[in-house]
Design a protein around this ligand. Structure first.
Ligand code: SF4
Length: 357
């Protein structure tokens, strides 16, 4: 009989499991503590459980934790980790700054969305990650204890794997789990509406929308998901929700709503960097409490696209800001190790794939 995976189970499921295995009631809380508060790699390390309890657990379950296969370090301090999963390998990026330690995690092996500027899009879809495989990326990096933020912006479209992604949000924020504030977690999507709607109801984590092209025809050309889920329709739906207000410099109003909404915008030379694009973006977002993150583009093989220089990025930001749309520049990190935005791809590494323990 194939053993089940403990990691990724919520408290109610673990309580049910202890009943089924005939374990004392209090062991459920002990198991959850080991799973979500400590970095262990085997059931045997659950030392406050009796030997008999560990034996019963091991008979039916595995922990579901896996060490990374490889780590690469960038000159700027960014680190990229390669993790094994049942469907192939995935990449996870650790981005330290002076006041933050952010981890960018993957939700799928490859991706179905086919965005033409993205290396993961070129890889194609190879499989869904389980909640255990997603959360393993968080627990199994050496910096786990020091992480301040999680962004689900690695490989894959989170709302094409909604059930598992929502489960990870629950485990990260539940009092029995990591008890993180949902404000420290951001999930990024191209805008798959069914999953997004569930996320807005079932989670309080921050939301980031990969917008990139404010003109629908242009967006459909580069991001096929636009055809099924038009961005304008999505934005009209977002207006029905109450998002956190981003205070502009000198502004005094209270920013006290539930979560932050941001839009990701990679600037491509002569494609989406003109005044008409800035104007369309302002028109599109002006009624939302949101921010725009402007991201530098890194050329990928086979894509006829170029990034813009820093002066152009600043000018674009200033235009948005002067017209009332709060915008920030995101620094490029980890480009030398292909860890920067849009560069993650594990297709060439699948031969070395290993299964989680
Ligand atoms: S940008 Fe995101 S959604 Fe688009 S192909 Fe890449 S990983 Fe998938």
């Amino acid at each position: 009989m194939e053993k089940k995976v403990l990691s990724g189970m919520n408290l109610a499921e673990i309580q049910q499991m202890t009943v089924e295995l005939g374990l004392p009631k209090f062991t459920a809380k002990q198991i959850v503590d080991w799973l979500y508060r400590k970095q262990i790699y085997s059931i045997d390390e659950m030392t406050n459980l009796s030997k008999e309890a560990r034996r019963k657990l091991s008979e039916h379950y595995v922990l579901g934790r896996a060490s990374y296969l490889k780590k690469v370090e960038s000159a700027d301090g960014t680190e990229k980790y390669l993790f094994p999963t049942a469907k192939g390998t995935v990449e996870t990026v650790y981005i330290p700054t002076a006041d933050r330690a952010t981890l960018c995690i993957s939700s799928q092996v490859g991706c179905k969305m086919g965005c033409k500027f993205c290396m993961t899009g070129k890889q194609g879809f190879e499989g869904q990650l389980t909640a255990a495989e997603i959360i393993n990326q968080i627990y199994s990096i050496p910096h786990f204890e020091h992480l301040t933020n999680i962004v689900m912006m690695g490989q894959g479209e989170p709302f094409d794997n909604t059930e598992q992604v929502l489960r990870v949000c629950e485990l990260m924020t539940a009092s029995y789990g990591l008890a993180w504030s949902p404000k420290r977690i951001t999930v990024s999507t191209v805008g798959l509406v069914p999953g997004l709607k569930r996320f807005l109801v079932e989670s309080e984590c921050n939301l980031a929308i990969s917008l990139h092209f404010p003109l629908p025809e242009l967006r459909a050309e580069w991001m096929p998901a636009e055809k099924a889920y038009p961005i304008q329709r999505l934005i009209d739906q977002l207006k029905e929700y109450d998002f956190c207000r981003n205070l502009r410099p000198g502004e005094a109003r209270a920013g006290n709503h539930q979560r932050r909404l941001s839009f990701e915008y990679i600037l491509f030379k002569n494609i989406n960097d003109g005044e008409k694009h800035a104007k369309a973006l302002i028109r599109m977002l002006k009624e939302l409490d949101c921010r725009v993150n402007l991201i530098p583009y890194h050329t990928i093989p086979g894509a006829a696209l170029q990034g813009v220089d820093e002066a152009k990025m600043k000018a674009f930001r200033d235009y948005l800001t002067h017209h009332g749309l709060f915008a920030t520049l995101r620094a490029s990190r980890g480009q030398d190790i292909e860890a920067a935005c849009g560069l993650l791809n594990t297709a060439h590494q699948q031969k070395n794939n290993q299964q989680p323990s």
